[in-house]
Design a protein around this ligand. Structure first.
Ligand SMILES: [Zn+2]
Length: 472
């Protein structure tokens, strides 16, 4: 049955490569992904999936469902692009639109592999009369770290038995490490305007509040748990040097190994902000913009996905693809490449090759915190999550670079995507046929959660941009 599933997927590769390329050709940033939303939603509706749009009150979110009864198996998709990473499929820097968005994180591939997996599964389930429900989640705005959090807050993941996802990368590996929890929070200082030369004593500078807050947070940095991250951007610094600014704002990201650690960092940062307001005789208020969980990996599902790789032939790259990959790798600044290769070598990856094909499963990384955050963390606290990365670019290429946009638009990216789609579909088929996999995954999930219930970290009164009601 597995062979049939994979054979079928090989027949339909061109359809999904076309879908991923069309999304790559039409990159849109978070909450504006109307192109990918329409394309994937309409395609899955034609394939007989039941569609719900507006999940989590987000205009570009949808859920596509097929089948009936238990188990309910989910697949997470993403399709947002990044600002400023427009790039042709060349090995030299060449934006299609200067300063325009591009798929530098490969979400054109990420979502499409999920669509590819559910369509193949649906055909197999129909032919073999397999009972169960499969769902593709079209999740917007991963780069803004909030699409899935809003969807989770609305409860769309609550009845899932298990869930699978993946991410484009430069090696085939199950994702045992845990990503960091994050809170995005913007602080708004208010003071009193005055002529900066004529009557400075009458002014109370909101920008002073921001600057003193930033000094305070840089002192806080020394006294936070290892692995925490504090970064900020001044979003409003006033209007002109000769006006004492009455309004100024600063946007912070706080990251840490656990949700509780980040909540505590936020509590301390608020005290810093209040102290700065006190010193400058200004006032401060804040708005939470995003709040995602650390990811809770599931070894049962990760190992199950790894086992698929014994049944799927490794990705092969043509001479032409190898030549392009070599040129792309040579475009990376040597110290950046050396740093990236060092990191990979520490994980046991053979970086002397352009691509690593050998599947990696490194158990000692289990639950080790790694830098970076994703809103998939929220889902991983609601249902057991299995996750892999696959080779969609040569060694040394970092996501969120023009080289990544380039590679994710080529046949190299597409091959990695098909490999991921087969991995997820094969694992899900096994789970449909062997209920004990789900029982084991859930037992591990309950053990790791240790009684902690998921409560969305975004306050109830904060709504996603461009909110819409749910449509079934
Ligand atoms: Zn990404």
């Amino acid at each position: 049955m597995k062979k049939q599933l994979f054979n079928q997927m090989e027949q339909s590769e061109a359809t999904f490569a076309k879908m991923a390329k069309e999304i790559w050709d039409n990159p849109q940033i978070g909450y504006e992904e109307t192109f990918a939303f329409e394309l994937q939603k309409n395609f899955l509706a034609e394939q007989g999936f039941r569609i719900t749009t507006g999940s989590g009150d987000i205009a570009t979110a949808f859920v596509a469902e097929w089948g009936t009864g238990a188990p309910i198996i989910g697949f997470l998709g993403e399709f947002d692009a990044l600002p400023g990473f427009s790039q042709r499929t060349t090995a030299t820097l060449s934006p299609i639109v200067e300063g325009g968005p591009g798929h530098g994180c490969g979400h054109n591939l990420l979502g499409t592999a999920g669509v590819e997996a559910v369509v193949a599964l649906k055909n197999t389930m129909e032919a073999e009369k397999i009972v169960g429900t499969i769902r593709y989640y079209g999740c917007p705005a991963e780069e803004l770290l909030s699409g899935k959090s809003y969807m989770a807050r609305a409860g769309v993941f609550d009845d899932l038995d298990i869930v699978y996802t993946w991410h484009p990368g430069t090696f085939n590996m199950v994702v045992h490490p845990s990503m960091q929890a994050l809170t995005g929070v913007e602080f708004f200082f208010s003071g009193r305007t005055a002529h900066a030369a004529g009557a400075p004593h009458l002014g109370r500078s909101a920008l002073d509040g921001v600057e003193i807050m930033n000094v305070g947070s840089n002192y806080l940095r020394e006294h936070v748990p290892d692995g925490s991250r504090i970064h900020y951007q001044i979003t409003n610094g006033g209007l002109a040097p000769n006006i004492v600014p009455d309004k100024a704002s600063v946007y912070y990201f706080l990251r840490g190994a656990t949700r509780d650690a980040v909540d505590d960092l936020l509590r301390r940062l608020i005290r810093v902000a209040e102290g700065a307001a006190h010193m400058t005789e200004t006032t401060v208020r804040w708005e939470i913009r995003s709040g995602c969980y650390d990811s809770l990996p599931n070894m049962t599902l990760n190992n199950q996905m790894y086992a698929q790789w014994q049944e799927i032939p490794p990705i092969d790259f043509t001479e032409e693809e190898q030549a392009y990959a070599k040129a792309l790798q040579q475009s990376i600044e040597p110290s950046v490449l050396a740093g990236a290769n060092h990191q990979l070598a520490m994980m046991g990856v053979d970086v002397s090759q352009l691509f690593t094909k050998e599947p990696l499963n490194i158990p000692q990384l289990f639950r080790q915190s790694m830098p970076g955050s994703s809103d998939l963390g929220d889902v991983s606290w609601i249902a057991p999550l299995g996750q892999v990365t696959t080779v969609c670019a040569p060694h040394g290429v970092q996501v969120h670079t023009w080289q990544a946009t380039s590679s994710f638009g080529t046949s190299i990216g597409m091959k990695g995507m098909h490999y991921a789609a087969k991995t997820m579909a094969g694992a899900a088929l096994d789970s449909l046929l062997n209920p004990e996999i789900i029982v084991n995954a859930r037992a591990e999930f309950d053990r790791l959660r240790a009684g902690k219930e998921y409560i969305c970290a975004i306050p109830d009164n904060v709504m996603p941009p461009k909110s819409v009601p749910v449509k079934v």
